[in-house]
Design a protein around this ligand. Structure first.
Ligand code: ZN
Ligand code: ZN
Length: 437
């Protein structure tokens, strides 16, 4: 029975492979893919959900195009860093790009800073920042400052007016998307070992920043500078005309900046030198754009409100001239964090529809995966491995016929680590060198 079943599957696979009417681009016999698309659906993986009859959102979703890609490609599951490690988006993306986070990761701040357009140089300290609202008593009452959408004016005011010259330090401060922003410090004797002023809740005042993990003179010095930055920004923002106008309109003013995620800018071997491939990153999230830029990928600017169809068009455009594109689709992770099971499932179906133009590109090796699991039941990242498809000429075709966490676990790639992905893809496009004779 098992044998009959396997034979039938093989015959099905044969026809799928040679079916030129297939929606997916047929595999060209004898050709070798020359370009790589690494499609990362952020927070893709999940756990069984009761409301889906014990299925994951990906298992429950109607995703014919991704299923077709799985049918005509090779599948597996992947631990972004290692089994049991709950990856952040930043450490995972580094790992998937072949830069071991254990060696390269220095904190989220520098990536956010680059993603917001700050020119980070080795040794600078970067922070994530966000605007919030404090009341008259000095307590944080809104950690997103009324979901403010445009902070260009006040961000410029901070950048132009904060003066830390008495410490021999200069700052760069840039707005990000919505209430987000980034800060970078440049100067001698700085350390990233400092805490955050974010109380992480409402009803409490911002915290004093102190040296963290190492009580060195440079950490004390940097903590003092950060506290001075916060004092000056609060003063600048308090009666800024922009905030007075917001108050008059009944909106929460953006009258404090919370900073966190400090990290020193590291040194990265450029992607192009490491792999002999030109590359780009298409991502709405500043963090991912920053990671891509750090390793030397060209950042294609994408606004948060750019539709998925437009993002796909940008990816196609980049692939016309570049050898490698990292494309990160963000929304899925947020549904996981919010515990929105049905929204996660429905957005996966939307992604499936919109991806078709990417699947029709010839000579392309596509890898589809998540950067980690964000189970809706957990509302946080988990270490559950993510499903992976590798599709393109030369990639073996296994018996997996649907794209989900469980089916992919039976695929030919078995279970790999994130650090294995680039070597496998490079080999499939004939960019690896023989080890030995
Ligand atoms: Zn992520
Ligand atoms: Zn997340």
């Amino acid at each position: 029975m098992v044998q009959i079943h396997s034979s039938l599957l093989f015959i099905c696979k044969f026809f799928q492979k040679h079916n030129t009417l297939s929606l997916i681009h047929p595999i060209y016999q004898g050709m070798t893919a020359s370009k790589i698309l690494l499609l990362i659906i952020d927070g893709l993986g999940d756990r069984p959900c009761d409301c889906l009859g014990g299925k994951t959102p990906l298992q429950a979703a109607q995703i014919p195009n991704l299923d077709e890609l799985a049918k005509t490609g090779t599948c597996g599951i992947m631990d972004p860093i290692a089994p049991g490690i709950r990856a952040g988006s930043d450490t995972s993306h580094l790992s998937l790009l072949g830069y071991p986070p254990q060696q390269y990761y220095t904190g989220r701040g520098p990536f956010e800073a680059i993603g917001c357009g700050i020119q980070m140089e080795s040794g600078m300290i970067g922070f994530r920042a966000n605007y919030a609202t404090i009341d008259e008593a000095g307590n944080v009452i809104d950690r997103r400052a009324g979901r403010i959408s445009d902070t260009t004016e006040i961000s410029a005011a901070i950048s132009d007016n904060v003066d830390l010259s008495k410490y021999g330090v200069t700052i760069q401060f840039k707005r990000g998307i919505g209430h987000r922003a980034a800060l970078a410090l440049r100067g001698e004797g700085l350390s990233a070992a400092v805490s955050s002023n974010d109380p992480n809740t409402t009803g409490l005042p911002p915290k004093v920043i102190y040296p963290e993990s190492e009580d060195t003179p440079s950490a004390k010095f940097t903590a003092e500078i950060c506290n001075e930055f916060c004092r000056q920004t609060t003063k600048i923002l308090k009666d800024h005309p922009f905030n007075l106008a917001r108050k008059a309109a009944g909106l929460n003013p953006a009258n404090i900046v919370l900073i966190r995620g400090s990290g020193v800018m590291g040194v990265y071997e450029p992607f192009e030198e490491r792999y002999e491939l030109s590359g780009s990153v298409v991502a709405t999230a500043a963090l991912i754009a920053g990671i891509g830029s750090s390793v030397g990928l060209r950042h294609v600017p994408v606004r948060l409100d750019t539709s998925l169809a437009e993002q796909v068009a940008l990816v196609r455009q980049e692939l016309a001239t570049r050898d490698f594109v990292l494309f990160n689709i963000k929304n899925i992770d947020e549904y996981g964090h919010d515990g929105n099971i049905m929204e996660k499932k429905e957005f996966l179906e939307k992604i499936d529809k919109e991806l078709l133009p990417l699947m029709e590109i010839p000579e392309l090796m596509i890898a589809v995966c998540g950067d980690h699991s964000t189970p809706c039941t957990l509302k946080e990242h988990s270490a559950d491995p993510v499903p992976l498809i590798i599709h393109g000429d030369g990639a073996r075709i296994d018996y997996v016929s649907s794209y989900d966490e469980i089916s992919c676990a039976t695929g030919a790639l078995c279970r790999i680590r994130g650090g294995d992905l680039m070597p496998i893809l490079l080999d499939l496009i004939n960019k690896t060198h023989k080890y030995g004779t």
